[in-house]
Design a protein around this ligand. Structure first.
Ligand code: HEC
Length: 129
């Protein structure tokens, strides 16, 4: 049945369904944006806890020599990995913690580290500049 009136009806239906798809997409994008905004305000509990601990540089220095010096040099002067003596000036603590625990930039591995050791490492790195 292809009478003009049934064609008009089909067109009308198509218009409604594309409008529906459009508004569903807008709603989805809106919803995802809200989730993303909430997610970026909520800080990682590991980072929050690490930042609340007063680290000890001496213990951090030992951890550094065992875990990091192989790539970053015995006094963090740089070797395979970059010089870290100015790292705390260029990167905030949150970024440094992420670098250590997430393995975002291979070949640097991610480390399974507890919050106290992480705070010690940070304290040590702050003594370097
Ligand atoms: C297997 C070698 C290796 C080990 C072990 C290693 N790193 Fe790295 N690290 C790297 C490399 C390579 C980079 C540069 C990655 C890139 O950005 O391409 C890097 C980057 C970094 C950066 C970012 C520097 C910047 O200026 O962006 C920090 C901070 C860092 N490492 C800290 C550490 C700490 C702390 C440890 C010990 C817990 C450690 N690394 C252990 C190889 C290593």
């Amino acid at each position: 049945m292809n009478t003009p009136s049934s064609k008009a009806l089909i067109n009308q239906k198509q218009k409604i369904s594309s409008w529906r798809i459009f508004s569903l997409s807008v709603a989805t994008v809106f919803f995802l944006t809200i989730l993303w905004v909430i997610g970026s305000f909520k800080q990682d509990p590991f980072i929050t806890e690490t930042l609340s601990i007063q680290g000890e540089a001496l213990s951090g220095s030992k951890l550094f020599k065992i875990n990091c010096a192989g790539c970053h040099g015995i006094s963090a002067q740089g070797l395979v990995g970059p010089d870290l003596q100015e790292a705390t000036k260029e990167l905030n603590d949150k970024k440094i913690i992420n670098q250590v625990i997430r393995g975002l930039t291979p070949p640097m591995p991610s480390f399974e580290i507890d919050t106290k050791s992480m705070a010690d490492l940070l304290a040590y790195m702050h003594t370097l500049n």
